[in-house]
Design a protein around this ligand. Structure first.
Ligand SMILES: *Cc1c(COP(=O)(O)O)cnc(C)c1O
Length: 379
């Protein structure tokens, strides 16, 4: 066994991934403390974080919303909503065009919750008209669930249009905004969103350890007694915070401290608009540089978001993903494999503490790796 990871330098190998991602040095340093989970100092930070998340979402307690932190990665947050906010006789309509939509389907299968799936191809956004027809035809559907940025490809789904359809049919609306919250403006009122889930280690640029749910309080209150799980009981978790300011079970103290700092840095960057501008810059820089070396994006421009970008494998007999990944990693850059079932792709994340200069640098490394492999022309 080695002595573990060396002490932090100011920068590790940058992660071109959708999370966990490259964080700032101050975010990492914020974790060099031991916080008492019962102590008022820590609990005041938790409350301040919950308040800040509501402000970022453009909603308030007075306006009928609340925010809940929950231990675990983002998946735990999505599962907590299904496990505790869908009644025994409920039925969920899932819009799916990628792995995260399909993960929702798996959660519903495990929980034995009735569901129906509206699929589009991985390069086609969810279809609000198809949802409208489905809800008109199937009164048993109680909930609609969609993914905002389907990180499988980086496609952006029309969550506000879907929400308007759900509201017209008076169904509860759940949005997985894991990889978009903090870097895309999301209008809760226009989208009629009842539950929105995101996590600490995506666009807020914190470290893994917890997820959060922003929800309409009256909708959550109506779920009392429905939970199929104890640790994922969302209403119970909120009541715990209200009772004594604490997580019900051991909180991820260090990642809460890191998140507090990450929220300060989000403000310093100009909030959601400022962060979106940097990620857009990253995405544009990346796509232009990749185009110059002959690598093309998988998605059509109109539906590709600025979170993560999918590229089609070079069409060349000497191209091999594993070898390519290893060579780029040796040059100091960590790429992300593709998750698409319908095409051979790899992904480059634009999020985290990355700047256009990092995007240029990773493309230079990619070009060198391809040249070394003899993948000289991508024709
Ligand atoms: C990252 C992500 C999740 C959650 O994944 P975890 O690995 O559990 O954090 C869910 N949905 C989307 C769209 C994501 O990008």
């Amino acid at each position: 066994m080695s002595n573990g990871t060396p002490l932090p330098t100011h920068k590790d190998k940058p992660l071109f991934t959708p999370g966990p991602l490259t964080t700032s040095l101050p975010v990492k340093l914020a974790m060099l403390h031991d916080a008492g989970s019962w102590h008022w100092e820590f609990n005041a930070k938790v409350l301040a974080i919950r308040d800040k998340l509501l402000a970022l979402a453009g909603v308030s307690r007075a306006g009928g919303f609340d925010s809940i932190l929950l231990q675990g990665s983002g998946t735990f947050g999505v599962e907590s909503v299904f496990q505790s906010c869908v009644p025994g006789n409920g039925k969920v309509a899932v819009l799916s065009n990628g792995a995260y939509g399909e993960r929702m389907v798996l959660m519903l299968q495990r929980a034995r919750i009735d569901h129906v799936v509206l699929r589009t191809a991985e390069n086609i956004p969810n279809d609000p008209a198809a949802l409208d027809a489905l809800l008109a035809a199937d009164p048993a559907v109680t909930h609609v669930a969609a993914v905002h940025c389907e990180t499988t490809t980086g496609i952006i789904n029309p969550i506000e249009a879907l929400g308007r359809v759900a509201r017209t049919h008076r169904r509860t609306y759940i949005v997985d905004a894991m990889s978009s919250f903090g870097a895309y403006p999301i209008d809760f009122a226009a989208g009629a969103i009842d539950y929105l889930i995101s996590s600490a280690n995506k666009c807020i640029e914190g470290v893994p350890g917890f997820c959060f749910v922003i929800c309409r309080r009256a909708v959550l209150d109506a779920t009392a007694g429905w939970a199929r799980s104890l640790s994922l009981d969302l209403l119970d978790q909120l009541k715990g915070f209200e009772k004594n300011g604490q997580f019900r079970y051991t909180p991820p103290t260090h990642s809460v401290l890191a998140f507090e700092r990450a929220l300060v840095e989000l403000d310093m960057e100009g909030g959601i608009a400022g962060r979106a501008a940097r990620y857009q810059d990253n995405h544009r820089t990346l796509v232009a540089a990749m185009k110059r070396i002959g690598l093309l994006g998988y998605l059509p421009d109109g539906v590709q978001g600025h979170i993560i970008t999918s590229f089609i494998y070079p069409r060349h007999p000497k191209f091999d993903w594993t070898e390519f990944y290893r060579r780029v990693a040796e040059k100091g850059f960590l790429l992300y494999p593709g998750k698409i079932s319908q095409a051979d792709t790899f992904r480059v994340g634009n999020i985290g503490r990355l700047f256009p200069s990092d995007m240029k640098a990773v493309v230079n490394a990619i070009a060198e790796a391809l040249q070394e492999m003899g993948v000289t022309s991508t024709e």
